[in-house]
Structure formats: C-alpha cells, structure tokens
Design a binder for this molecule. Structure first.
Ligand code: SF4
Length: 362
C-alpha cells in the first residue's frame, strides 16, 4: 500500500482494515494526534505494538518540515518557519495574549497575487498554493509547541501569507478537517478567514460554513486609494464588496469583521472615518483597527499614532459600530506576514522552474 496521509480519513480507514486495527485504537490515535497535540510517536503508541513499525512507515504525519523558530522577547509571539517539499519557506505565527488565549495565524499560499503595497508577501511576485495538508501541518505543529507549555490553539485565523480565497479548494478542505469531529473538532466560531475582498468567494464561504467568521481587509472606503494600496481591488468595486457583506449578513448570524490598517496621513483622517461610517451603514460588522508594522519594501508608509487611532475609533464608536484596536505583537521577530521569507522564496522560485509566476494585478 502507498503511504497515506494522516488527514485523509478514507486512506487511514483502509490502513486500519489492512492491519486489522480495532476502530477504537485508531480513534485513540486520532485523539492523541489531533485533539491532544501529543505528536506522532505518542499517537502511534495507541495502536498495537506489533503493527506499529509497519504503520509508522506508511502513515505520513508531516508534510512540512520545521526550519526555525523565533520567539519574541517583547511579547507572546512566536514565528515558526516551515519548509515545503519544493523548498519554499512558509510562516506561521503564534500569538499568546495576556489572558491566556492563543491565536494562530495560518498561511494559505507562498507569495500572494494581491500585491498589496504594505505587505512583504505581496512583493514576492509569485504565488504557490499550499495544500490542505500543508495548512493543517502548521496547526498541528503549533499545537504541539503549545502543548509543551500547557496551552492549546484556541483561535485559528487564515491571515498569514496569501489570499485564502485564491486557494479555495484547499482552504475548504482545511476548514472541513478543522471542524470534523473525527479530526480536530474545532468550534466554527474559533475560525476566521480573512480576505482582501473577493465577493463571490466570500459569499460561497459563508454559505458553506455559516458559523465560521469572515473578515474583509477593507483598509479604505475610497475606491481610488484602495486600488493604490491593494492593486487587486481594481477588480472588485466597493459597491460589490458592500453587497457581499450584506449578503453574508443574511446568511450568517455573526458579524463580519472589517479590518482597517491605519496608515498615517493616508487613510486615517476624520473624513476617512466618516466615509467608512457611510460605507458601513446598515451592515452588521465589527471594525478592527490595525496599527501598521513597517516593511522594508514600503518605507514611505508609517503607522498612525495612538492618538490618531483613538480619534478614528471614537468616530466609529459614536456612529454605533463595535470597534477594537488590535495591538501588534512580535515586532522584533518581523511578525507581519512574509517579511522573513520574501527574498529566500524568490530564489527558490527561480531555481524551481517551471513555477507558476503570477503577474501582479493592476
Ligand atoms: S496583505 Fe494579504 S492579500 Fe495583501 S498581499 Fe499580503 S498576503 Fe496578499
């Protein structure tokens, strides 16, 4: 029998039948691996010793390899750098908050075709879709690191490298595995998919996973400026995006998160806030203001200062919108997506010809 992936339930069941392993032993293996994050060896210890070596040979527990780990000296952030079988580097960020809650920021692609002005991943000039196994590996390995500290991954956000809806089939496979009671069994409300704004795909996701949270990286309610900082935005008007959020509000009970990166002197004036209030009218949303983590590729962009963020938030709150300000974690480990790996991945992409090189939009 060919090697089988731990995430592939049908193949794992075939393996179970081949080695005549009792169903409850496989259930225990899965619980140890997916729910308790005990790692492959502890999981294998749940099946009979006589079949263990043969199963170990055939059952593939890891698709990615861990390259390096960076722990912030400032706060509770850890960046884990993985390598894919083609040699690409992928980042995953663990964010530990003071309240003990832990979030995991998962990457869905290497590079990103959205080409956002403020993002190092967008500047890689290429995009390679990660498989579901490569996304799930990020979650499993982070779970094992946290289990050693007596913590577990509480929230999973698809907000790392890549636009998740440019890799829709693998994203759906990943989310289905996360929700599957036989595998991770996460509550849907603990999962958030963040998109730069692909209306049809966002509506599809809401229909398929009505309780999974969705976030829209809006960053501006002015079409011209939005296109300047997000070239992909030229394809989808603000009116289309608004209609999409309206439709998602009809499908889902939870609010849509509106992400707004605060860029000094660019999108943070009182007029910008009032324009946003106008755009949000009638929508069920939660606004999240994000301080900007500077990137080498965009030295002209600066973050709005604390007073500016507070003033912007006040206008939104007075208009009746739940508004939070997200505080950046991991500034010393370059936690903003893609910063660490951009150059290396470009080199690997050149060496790995042929590779799909996606021309930036716009
Ligand atoms: S911010 Fe997100 S959507 Fe934009 S280029 Fe970076 S990874 Fe892609």
């Amino acid at each position: 029998m060919a090697s089988c992936n731990i995430y592939d339930s049908v193949s794992v069941d075939r393996l179970r039948a081949e080695f005549r392993i009792e169903p409850q032993r496989i259930r225990r293996l899965r619980t140890a691996f997916f729910k308790k994050s005990l790692g492959p060896e502890a999981a294998l210890a749940e099946i009979p010793a006589e079949v263990r070596p043969a199963v170990r040979q055939q059952l593939k527990f890891r698709t990615l390899t861990v390259e390096k780990r960076y722990d912030s000296k400032l706060d509770g952030a850890t960046k884990v750098l993985f390598r894919t079988t083609q040699g690409y580097l992928v980042e995953t960020v663990i964010l530990r908050s003071g309240s003990g809650r832990t979030s995991l920021c998962v990457s869905s692609q290497v590079g990103c075709a959205a080409n956002c002005e403020f993002c190092a991943t967008g500047k890689m000039g290429m995009a390679h879709d990660l498989s579901a196994a490569e996304m799930l590996d990020q979650i499993v390995v982070a779970g094992e690191l946290l289990a050693e500290e007596g913590r577990r991954v509480r929230n999973i956000v698809f907000m790392g490298m890549g636009e998740p809806f440019h890799n829709e089939p693998s994203l759906y496979e990943t989310v289905s595995a996360l929700l599957d009671p036989r595998l991770f069994h996460y509550a849907p409300g603990r999962i958030l998919i963040s998109s730069v704004g692909i209306p049809a795909a966002m509506i599809r996701a809401a229909g398929r996973f009505p309780e999974v949270h969705l976030a829209l990286s809006l960053h501006s309610a002015c079409q011209d400026f939005r296109q300047q900082i997000i070239p992909l935005a030229a394809r989808y008007s603000l009116a289309e995006l608004r209609e999409a959020v309206e439709r998602i509000n009809q499908i889902q009970r939870c609010s849509v998160m509106i992400e707004y990166l605060m860029l000094a002197g660019r999108n943070d004036s009182a007029d910008d806030a009032h324009r946003l209030v106008e755009w949000l009218k009638g929508l069920r949303v939660h606004v999240n203001l994000i301080p900007f983590n500077p990137v080498r590729e965009a030295p002209h962009l600066k973050s709005t200062d604390r007073a500016g963020r507070d003033a912007f938030a006040t206008i939104l709150k007075l208009a009746g919108y739940t508004t939070t300000i997200r505080y950046s974690l991991g500034a010393d480990i370059a936690a903003a997506c893609g910063q660490l790996v951009q150059q290396k991945n470009r080199k690997i992409a050149r060496a790995n010809q042929p590779i799909e090189v996606v021309k930036p939009f716009g």
